[in-house]
Design a protein around this ligand. Sequence first.
Ligand code: ATP
Ligand code: MG
Length: 416
Amino acid sequence: MDSEEVFRVIIIDDDAETRENIRKLLQFESDLEVVGAAKSGNEGIQVANESKPDVILMDINMPDMDGIEATELIRKDLPYVQIVILSVQNDPNYMRKAMLAGARDFLAKPPSVDELISAIRRAGQLAREERIKTQTVAKAQTSLQTSGTTTPALADGKVILVYSPKGGAGCTTVATNLAMLLQSEDSPVVLVDGNLQYGDVSVFLNEQSKNSIVDLTTRVELLDAEMIHGVLIHHSSSGVKILASPPKPEYSEGVTGEQFTKVIQYLQQLFTYVIIDTETSLNDITLAAMDACHVLILLVTQEIPAIKNARLFLDLADALGINRNRILMVMNRFDKKTGISPEKVSESFKHEVSGVLPLDDRVVTPSINRGVPFILGDKSRPISRSFYELTDSLRQILNGDGSKLIDNELVKIARK
Ligand SMILES: Nc1ncnc2c1ncn2[C@@H]1O[C@H](COP(=O)(O)OP(=O)(O)OP(=O)(O)O)[C@@H](O)[C@H]1O
Ligand SMILES: [Mg+2]
């Protein structure tokens, strides 16, 4: 068999019998080769660095360094290596810790032969794909260095957040249509799906890709323009670039606010506008997005729970010293038959509702289901016209003094 098709495996376990049993089991598989073994975390790191395996089978409880710490350290040096944890501990807490450390899979001891072999093959395949990606990146970096090209230093892109403290208010609808309107050759737009678990930006735009933000957050130290463009999806009918959320909710596990911030900062060097669609929960990603943004579009609808949450959010914003003039409040799904008017909300919140997007069931839902933003269609409809107005207000704020939503360093410190 071609050596390219053999997955190289090492076993790290303090129990000699376990190591031997696994080695025996794997010797019958012609595509799996055990290239090393170690009896502790420290020794495991050394063996991994020497033998550069594709897959590591890792015990948790070991002398000198446990498997979780070893996993973390190995993945730092060899990010493509895939680690399968084998442990008698089937406590979900351990599982979570292992996953956060970068482990790919988790098997209870003793695993069945089939289970073990298929887990190694799955991990091996992934290691191969990751290794190719890393090599491509390294090649691109070398060629950029030798050609003297540096990262294009465009003006600092403006970050626009679309947020609602109530789910289903229309954030993704607004973010996708806004991206279409702001995009031009002179002002390129990237649309980031900040809803890492159940993001649907690419569905709204009828695009599909295996690449997602996780391909960047796991390599934040290596980011460059070439790598970023390799991960972004190109929306051909508009030219907008999309940074999609992961294809499965569990892949977002372990993405930190810090990593997200670094990705956004890099995107700001490449794009005039970075639009982030966020989820309602004030999690680390949403907070990192708020830290980065120049304008927050706060969506509210005419329902009491949505109004209540908008008020809670504005109260929180005040308590944190957030710049209120960087919050653009927009009422979505406006129906004049409903008594809660934009004027009443403005008055009660002491914050102007600066945009009103009408309820339009005939246009919005079919456009989402077709994956074609309605703004690309008939532009004379009231909802499209109100989007143009919203975009004008947004440009006005952005052309102002360039301040951000959170300028106050104290707020950032308090948050940490
Ligand atoms: N102006 C509008 N008129 C009619 N329907 C609308 C309008 N805006 C949004 N909708 C509908 O509301 C629903 C939710 O919209 P959307 O998915 O954009 O909200 P969201 O805030 O992103 O939700 P989630 O919290 O799930 O991320 C969609 O079914 C969409 O069709
Ligand atoms: Mg959404």
